[in-house]
Write a protein that binds this ligand. Structure first.
Ligand code: HEC
Length: 117
């Protein structure tokens, strides 16, 4: 045991252990693109939003850029797509569409998908 602490293998070993415990946390942040696109289609978001082109609504890229580096990005987008805020389209006030899911994980996945553009 006396030699264990001085072993050249100990630190690489510890680093490996640390990485394997951190990996799942990092993984949880990755986006399930297919699920996000499915939910966006199902909720008719794609009628007004495209990845890179401005339609009736801003492009997902434009939204992601607006929120880049903002700590409140996820919270703000979740609020925007779940509470139906008032927006103005062609001079007419409308209620923004809400996402067709009650599942928090699915909603967060869609928000991370939008912000990943
Ligand atoms: C009828 C067209 C229309 C549909 C359908 C629509 N949106 Fe929007 N969306 C807009 C417009 C217009 C804006 C810009 C509103 C503004 O900035 O006042 C917007 C803004 C946004 C924003 C940016 C909010 C911000 O704070 O800048 C997000 C995110 C968003 N929409 C997501 C979605 C999602 C998700 C869906 C589907 C559930 C959806 N939209 C459906 C028209 C639409």
């Amino acid at each position: 045991m006396k030699y264990f602490r001085d072993s050249p293998w100990l630190w690489p070993c510890m680093a490996g252990l640390l990485m394997s415990t951190l990996a799942p946390a990092v993984h949880a942040q990755t986006v399930d693109v297919e699920a996000a696109e499915y939910l966006a289609r199902k909720s008719h978001c794609t009628k007004c939003h495209a990845p890179a082109k401005e339609r009736t609504g801003p492009a997902l890229k434009t939204i992601a850029e607006k929120y880049r580096g903002r700590e409140d990005a996820v919270a703000a987008l979740v609020k925007h797509i779940t509470t139906g805020p008032k927006i103005v389209i062609d001079g007419e006030e409308e209620t923004h569409k809400t996402v067709q899911s009650q599942d928090e994980a699915q909603i967060l996945n869609l928000v991370r998908y939008i912000l990943s553009h």
